[in-house]
Design a protein around this ligand. Structure first.
Ligand code: GDP
Length: 707
């Protein structure tokens, strides 16, 4: 029987590291009945963190999708109460900032998010990053203020920060009863009832109590605000609000909240303590009540093989289309492709079409994942998420679809790697094993690349940060049993031309027999058109008249220049974009051919590019440091020494937040140094910002080293 899509939720839990994402996920699995014993994170046993090193590091690096279900009692219009079973797919979103790409990839396939905050530390710099990403992907969300039991917990403070720091419109749905040690439960503003959770049954059965007298005023105030705010979401509710606000029922409030969440006009805020087993069931109810089902979202956009736009509805009767958002290697079943199905159905064992590779792919089994346990299913339907196995050649970001109705879904964009390290096996005999390991890891992680240096033959591993590469090396050792030697991390510099340079190149080899001849006149330099400057690649303008260079040779000229961009004139770093205006030229009836013109362009590039004002560019990172006040001078002094530019400073309680832009080249090992001179009390997050020109003296050093 087809699934009722209204009862499906694809959600992600987004949080700053340490806000309690792992603990909350554990509790969700406990209450939803899939886990029978509560596991604590500090025992290193969390179900979602199934990779060894994640356990050791205590952070969640890769996203896995877990399926679970939650029964909700819902009152129908006629007053009858029915129990409905919701299916919830939790897509794990990693919190570590070197892995923001993983976060973006999960956001692409989720329908709604739960954003966790710590009741003590509130909105942290990294919560802002994740919030902005969720905005970018238009993900409706609800907030959960966790750790209400901790000393210093302050619910309304966090609500205020959601407004001021994130620019969002927070709408509390609960008011905590007690705080810190005394936190016991919440007043539910919708039902206007108070509930407490007891320690004896691990919070399984909430108990209704009377609203504490000293809370009545606060509860009334927030309940009024809630009703007023949701009335604005719907005309009928607004009318009722003006006639008689008291006549608005709990069901109508729920309806108004749902509408506001899906329309992204406000974010409901709940609270609790995952660790103390308080508030998680109410959070699950809220996920089902307010976050969108696949049917609530706009139709999925895609293009046909001919490039025309088409859309697909979240319906089983449409042709099959799915996006592979993660390739993972599982020790038991081999390679898994996590896919989000946007339309249609797929039976295990059937063939699909891979739009990227233009090939048929057989998906032999379909598995619904419960962390590291798998549940085979016969069929996957529109809107759902599962993992497929037994395929050949699927990559993260691939669209798979019905063979007769091909579609290309908008893929996920991944930034280019900014750091590289040379790797080699410690034992010569491990060369093949290392090659296999690297090719598997690259398949899983689209921000990881492997290159061979043509001159030295060395293998270079490229990624998004030193920590990213460190974790990969660690996996090579653990999962593939290869010990590797690694070089110092190297910055991925780029080169750029800054002024136009006219040039004529004549390429001639005419000694006996059939020779080679090409003659081109052109101007090479930076891209002029502002829109095109943002894109990668060559802007090639052909102004040759009267067939002075025959048409069939023009693409060869372009190809010669294009290939040359891989190795810039200063220090052989790639050039992102440049412009070539081909003005004139000549040819020889017998000796000229495409190859002559391609070679001519290559020689011409070598001669002309070095005269076109080439400069070296380096990646600049956005750095946000949180430090106790007393280390502020040292932290800023250190940032200045690293050629950093302070962008802003902000106080937060006893802590100072420093935002800066610092060249990546100066940041290797930064986190350790920072920890050392602040006795482990400061922390920093780094994200890629942009490429900028390297100062001359430093550029000269890099150039000399590379020549
Ligand atoms: P993550 O990094 O967001 O996955 O956070 P974890 O779930 O690993 O939690 C970080 C730490 O906070 C762990 O030591 C948890 O035991 C603790 N923690 C999580 N939730 C709560 C809570 O509600 N109250 C308190 N006091 N501690 C919590």
């Amino acid at each position: 029987m087809a699934k009722n899509l209204n009862l499906l939720r694809n959600i992600g839990i987004m949080a700053h590291i340490d806000a309690g994402k792992t603990t909350t996920t554990e509790r969700i699995l406990f209450y939803t009945g899939r886990e029978h014993k509560l596991k604590e994170v500090h025992e290193g046993e969390a179900t979602m963190d199934w990779m060894d090193q994640e356990r050791e590091r205590g952070i969640t690096i890769t996203s896995a999708a877990t399926t679970t279900s939650w029964n909700v009692q819902e009152k129908e219009k006629n007053g009858k109460v029915v129990e409905r079973k919701y299916q919830i797919n939790i897509i794990d979103t990693p919190g570590h900032v070197d892995f923001t790409v993983e976060v973006e990839r999960s956001l692409r396939v989720l329908d709604g998010g739960v954003v966790l905050f710590c009741a003590v530390s509130g909105v942290e710099p990294q919560s802002e990053t994740v919030w902005r990403q969720a905005d970018k992907y238009g993900v409706p969300r609800i907030c959960f203020v966790n750790k209400m039991d901790r000393a210093g917990a302050n619910f309304l403070n966090v609500v205020q920060e959601i407004k001021t720091k994130l620019g969002a419109d927070p709408l509390p749905l609960q008011i905590p009863i007690g705080s810190e040690d005394a936190f016991r439960g919440v007043v539910d503003l919708i039902q206007n009832k108070a509930f407490i959770w007891k320690d004896e049954d691990k919070g399984k059965e909430p108990e209704e109590v009377t609203i504490p007298a000293d809370m009545e005023e606060l509860v009334n105030q927030y309940r009024q605000e809630l009703i007023e705010r949701i009335a604005l979401e719907d005309e009928q509710l607004l009318e009722k609000f003006y006639d008689n606000p008291a006549s608005i029922t709990a069901a109508e409030i729920v309806y108004g909240i749902r509408k506001g969440v899906i329309g992204m006009s406000f974010v409901p805020v709940l609270c609790g303590s995952a660790f103390k087993n308080k508030g998680v069931q109410a959070l699950l109810d809220a996920v089902c009540a307010y976050l969108p089902s696949p049917l609530d979202l706009p139709d999925t956009q895609g293009t046909t093989l001919q490039g025309e736009s088409i859309t697909r509805k979240a319906s089983n009767s449409e042709p099959f289309a799915a996006l592979c958002f993660k390739i993972a290697t599982d020790p038991f079943v081999g390679k898994l492709a996590f896919m989000r199905v946007y339309s249609g159905m797929l039976d295990a064992g059937s063939y699909v079409y891979n739009t990227r590779s233009n090939q048929r792919v057989r998906i032999s089994r379909l598995l619904q994942m419960h962390s590291n346990k798998q549940n085979p299913i016969k069929q996957i339907e529109a809107g759902d998420i599962c993992a497929g196995t037994g395929f050949k050649d699927l990559k993260t970001g691939d669209t798979i679809c019905d063979e007769k109705n091909p579609i290309l879904l908008e893929s996920i964009t991944f930034p280019d790697p900014v750091v590289g390290i040379v790797v080699e096996p410690k034992k010569k005999s491990d060369i093949d094993k290392l090659a296999i390991a690297l090719s598997k890891l690259v398949e899983e992680d689209p921000t990881l690349r492997v290159e061979t240096n043509q001159e030295t033959g060395q293998t270079i591993l490229r990624g998004m940060g030193d920590l990213h590469l460190e974790i990969i090396i660690d996996r090579i050792r653990r999962e593939f049993s290869v010990e590797v030697n690694q070089g110092e991390p190297q910055v991925a510099y780029r080169e750029k031309l800054t002024r136009a340079k006219p040039h004529r190149e004549i390429y001639k080899k005419q000694t006996g027999g059939r020779g080679k001849f090409a003659d081109i006149q052109f101007e090479i330099g930076p891209v002029v058109d502002e829109e095109l400057q943002k894109k990668k690649g060559i802007v090639f303008i052909n102004e040759v008249k009267g067939g002075n260079i025959p048409k069939e040779f023009i693409p060869a000229v372009q190809k010669g220049f294009e290939l040359s961009m891989k190795s810039g004139p200063l220090a052989k770093y790639p050039i992102d974009n440049m412009q070539v205006r081909l003005i004139d030229g000549s040819y020889h009836d017998v000796d000229s051919d495409s190859l002559s013109f391609e070679l001519c362009a290559k020689v011409a590039f070598r001669e002309a590019a070095k005269e076109a004002g080439p400069v070296l560019l380096e990646p600049i990172m956005r750095v946000e440091v949180v430090t106790p006040k007393e280390y502020m001078g040292q932290v800023t002094g250190d940032i200045n020494r690293r050629r950093g530019i302070i962008q802003g400073m902000e106080m937060k309680g006893e802590l100072q937040i420093i935002k800066a832009e610092v060249p990546l080249a100066e940041l290797f090992g930064y986190i350790n140094t920072l920890r050392t001179f602040t006795s482990g009390r400061a922390s920093a997050v780094r994200t890629f910002s942009h490429y900028d020109v390297v100062p001359k003296n430093i550029a000269d050093e890099v150039i000399t080293k590379n020549n």
